[in-house]
Write a protein that binds this ligand. Sequence first.
Ligand SMILES: *[C@@H]1O[C@H](CO)[C@@H](O)[C@H](O)[C@H]1NC(C)=O
Ligand SMILES: *[C@@H]1O[C@H](CO)[C@@H](O)[C@H](O)[C@H]1NC(C)=O
Ligand SMILES: *[C@@H]1O[C@H](CO)[C@@H](O)[C@H](O)[C@H]1NC(C)=O
Ligand SMILES: *[C@@H]1O[C@H](CO)[C@@H](O)[C@H](O)[C@H]1NC(C)=O
Ligand SMILES: *[C@@H]1O[C@H](CO)[C@@H](O)[C@H](O)[C@H]1NC(C)=O
Length: 353
Amino acid sequence: MKFATTALAGMATFLALTSPAFAKNKFPYCTGSTYEVSNKNCAKFDFKDVHTKCVETSNCTTFYDITNLPKQSINAHTTKMAELITNVFENGNTKMGYAYVEALGDGRGYTCGYIGFTTGTNDALAVINQYTKRKPKNALSKYVPELERISKLKFCDTKRNNTSGLSGFPKAWSTTACKDPVFVQTQLDVGNAMYLEPALQYAKSVNVTSNLGKAIFYDTIINHGWQYVEPLINLPRILQLTGPHRKHESEKSYLGRFLQTRRQLMCCYPDDVWPPAADRVADLQRLLQNWKRNKDLKHPVTLKIYGVTVKGTENMSYDTAECKHEPKGWKLPAAKMLPVPDTCPNKLFEATQ
Ligand SMILES: *[C@@H]1O[C@H](CO)[C@@H](O)[C@H](O)[C@H]1NC(C)=O
Ligand SMILES: *[C@@H]1O[C@H](CO)[C@@H](O)[C@H](O)[C@H]1NC(C)=O
Ligand SMILES: *[C@@H]1O[C@H](CO)[C@@H](O)[C@H](O)[C@H]1NC(C)=O
Ligand SMILES: *[C@@H]1O[C@H](CO)[C@@H](O)[C@H](O)[C@H]1NC(C)=O
Ligand SMILES: *[C@@H]1O[C@H](CO)[C@@H](O)[C@H](O)[C@H]1NC(C)=O
């Protein structure tokens, strides 16, 4: 997970310090009786110990076991719409950030690729391991030993942010993403197994089956995760605090309560990174309001606050933001289903055989 808003959040802090008039409107989507930081809105999240609490892993995965949640399918167009919508929130546009790499200083080492895999939380390693299975000779495999060393540290160990043994890594990641369609497809396949499939299962578990509902769950799982090591902010927490999908409640109404809880969580979180990101939820709420038009995601959708329209006809095969020249004959290979990383042994994270 990465936050395109991090830099802006720092800016807001600066403005708030220098100009008291700004302090009030520091986070414009966290105002009004439903979203302001108040005991009424925030007590349920219990964010008192948020900066001191870290949950350690207790088995071979950092994710909940969801093998018992029901599955549901998604069509190719909806997948594309969901991925593009989330890309707008993460990267500000519909250019897929496969070659993106940045050290954000958030304790996670390098953040890379279209959904922000990181070197500090094992998922960049999972991508490279899967890629190395497909392409044994590549420019990234030499980082595997160092990434494995990091992956063996305690999950709460702050040294997971260490990038000093990864010299040249950013360039190797971007160059590979700009040159090899197999690497791009590997990122997509890992992202689907790690986030899209689980999002669909969680959605089905509360009877959310519309295409818009699937996209909303996908964006939520990318943003909040579903790892038990992050119990205060993850998707299961939002589901629990939203409460059950009531017997005769429409899907639109349930999704409305779900997004309201999600936005309150972001606004109540005591840092400068989550509250400014509440704007993405405001954009999703706007889509939900026009349920009839948007529920199937058949028509283009406009994300008003971000100022971008997602049509569904965009070409997602190449990172036109980060890469210079698209190689001739560029074409992604067919998608491959990979295992969801929620079981022990962990089939997605296990090393190259
Ligand atoms: C990693 O985190 C430690 C402790 O928070 C900090 O002192 C150090 O500067 C960080 N290193 C990097 C490379 O971000
Ligand atoms: C950071 O990683 C390098 C390379 O593996 C290692 O030599 C160094 O001791 C690590 N630093 C810390 C603070 O763990
Ligand atoms: C699921 O939702 C649909 C439509 O919203 C409704 O017809 C159906 O009864 C619901 N099923 C359950 C098990 O809640
Ligand atoms: C996207 O562009 C690539 C080459 O740039 C082309 O091979 C592919 O067919 C295009 N895909 C779509 C869906 O237009
Ligand atoms: C791993 O531990 C977590 C936390 O106790 C638990 O929720 C999860 O189901 C466990 N996963 C497996 C595969 O045992």
